[in-house]
Design a protein around this ligand. Structure first.
Ligand code: NAD
Length: 353
C-alpha cells in the first residue's frame, strides 16, 4: 500500500426521508436563533417551505441564488442578513444556493447549514467561487464548509429527470477523479467506490419513477459520498476540462460533466488500473467501464455530445490550449493531440476510445 496523509474534513449529516423536520433542532443545536434562507428564484416555494419548518428561527427568504455566485448577489445576501439581524444562513437547493451561502460565510463569517436538492456535492467541500466582471475566482477555505447538512430525499423528487441524470453523473465524476487523485487515500477511495455504486444503481430507478423515494435516497447517499470525495481530493483532467468548457464557452455545468466523463475515463483508465477496476465494479463488472458509462448515459437519456450543448468545431483547439496552459495532476500525460482527439469525439457524440 502507498504511503498517504489522511486529513478528514469535519462533517455532520442528518439523512433520510422527512429529515427537513429536524432542521429546527439542527439550527438550535448550533446556537443559531435567526437564519436567512437562501435559494434560487425557481425554488422560492421550497425556500418558503423551509422557512415555515423553521418557524421563529427563520429571519427571511432570499430567493436570488444564481449559477457561479455573482459578487453582487453575494453582497445583496450579506446586506439582507445584516438588515434582518441573521446569525446564520440555511442554503436550500443545488450548487448555486450552497455557493451563495459559502460566499456569505467567506466574507462575513456567518455559519451555513445546507439542505441540498441536487447531487452536485458542494455542501461537502471547502471550495468557494465568486464571479466578478465575468471572471470567476475560486479558493479553498474551511470557514465556508457547511456546519451541518440535512439530506432529505423528499426534496429531490421535484428535480426534473434530465437534471437528475446529469447531476448524478456530475457526482460520479467526483468519485472517478477521486479514485485516481494524487492525494487519494484508502478510506476516501472506499467512499468513492460506494458512492459510485449507489448512484449507478439509483439513476435507472429514478428515471423510471422520479418519485421513487428509495431510489432518490440511494442517489442522494451516493451524491453525499461523492461530494465528500470532491472535498477530500484534488481533481484532475476531467474537472479541468469541464471548468474550461463552462468558463470559456458557457456550457451548462452538469450536462458538460455528463458528456466528458466517459471520454476522460477512457483516456485515463490505462494509467489508473485500480481506479478503472473500482468504476467497473460499480458498473456491474463491465469490461470497458468508459464504454459502459457512455452506454448508461444513453440509456438514461442524458447528453452525449458537446455540440448538442453549444460547442463549435473551432472551439476544440482553443479549449485544448487553455487546458494545457494550466498545470495540474493527472494519472496520464496529456498531449495536445490526445486532448484534441478526446474533445472531437466528445463534441461529435462518438463513443469513447
Ligand atoms: P443549480 O444549483 O444551479 O441548480 C440548477 C437549477 O435547478 C436551479 O434553477 C435550481 O433552483 C433547480 N433545482 C435544484 N434542485 C431542485 C429540485 N429538487 N427540484 C426542482 N428544481 C431544482 O445547479 P447544480 O448543478 O446543483 O450546481 C451547479 C453549480 O454549483 C455550479 O456553479 C458549480 O460550479 C457549483 N458547484 C460547486 C462545487 C464546490 O465544491 N464549490 C461543487 C459542485 C458544484
Amino acid at each position: 500500500m502507498r504511503a498517504f496523509t489522511y486529513d478528514a474534513l469535519p462533517m455532520r449529516v442528518v439523512f433520510g426521508p422527512g429529515s427537513l423536520a429536524r432542521l429546527p433542532e439542527e439550527v438550535a443545536a448550533l446556537g443559531l436563533t435567526r437564519v436567512l434562507v437562501l435559494c434560487s428564484p425557481e425554488q422560492e416555494a421550497t425556500g418558503q417551505q423551509v422557512a415555515a419548518a423553521l418557524g421563529d428561527r427563520a429571519a427571511g427568504v432570499l430567493a436570488e441564488a444564481r449559477m457561479h455566485v455573482p459578487v453582487e448577489v453575494a453582497h445583496a445576501a450579506r446586506d439582507r442578513a445584516a438588515q434582518l439581524g441573521a446569525d446564520g444562513c440555511v442554503a436550500v437547493g443545488g450548487g448555486s444556493a450552497v455557493g451563495l451561502g459559502k460566499a456569505v460565510a467567506l466574507e462575513h463569517g456567518l455559519p451555513v447549514i445546507a439542505v441540498p436538492t441536487t447531487y452536485a456535492g458542494s455542501e461537502m467541500t471547502p471550495v468557494w467561487g465568486l464571479t466578478e466582471g465575468g471572471t470567476k475566482r475560486t479558493g479553498r477555505d474551511r470557514r465556508v464548509l457547511p456546519v451541518s447538512v440535512v439530506y432529505d430525499p423528499e426534496l429531490t423528487t421535484t428535480l426534473p429527470v434530465a437534471m437528475s441524470v446529469t447531476s448524478g453523473i456530475n457526482a460520479l465524476a467526483h468519485a472517478v477523479e477521486g479514485l485516481y487523485a494524487p492525494d487519494a487515500t484508502p478510506v476516501v477511495s472506499l467512499m468513492a467506490a460506494d458512492g459510485a455504486r449507489a448512484l449507478v444503481g439509483a439513476l435507472p430507478r429514478l428515471v423510471a419513477d422520479p418519485t421513487d423515494l428509495a431510489a432518490r435516497g440511494d442517489a442522494q447517499y451516493g451524491a453525499w459520498l461523492c461530494g465528500a470525495v470532491l472535498g477530500a481530493t484534488t481533481m484532475s483532467l476531467h474537472h479541468k476540462l469541464c471548468h474550461a468548457l463552462g468558463g470559456t464557452l458557457d456550457l451548462p455545468h452538469a450536462p458538460t460533466h455528463t458528456v466528458v466523463l466517459p471520454h476522460v475515463l477512457a483516456f485515463n483508465a490505462p494509467a489508473a488500473p485500480e481506479a478503472a477496476a473500482a468504476v467497473s465494479a460499480a458498473l456491474g463488472g463491465a469490461e470497458d467501464p468508459a464504454r459502459a458509462l457512455w452506454d448508461l448515459v444513453g440509456e438514461l437519456g442524458g447528453p452525449r455530445s458537446l455540440a448538442e450543448l453549444g460547442m463549435a468545431a473551432d472551439d476544440v483547439g482553443r479549449i485544448a490550449d487553455q487546458v494545457l496552459a494550466a498545470p495540474y495532476g493527472n494519472p496520464r500525460e496529456v498531449t495536445r493531440e490526445g486532448l484534441v482527439t478526446l474533445l472531437r469525439r466528445a463534441r461529435e457524440g462518438r463513443p469513447p476510445t
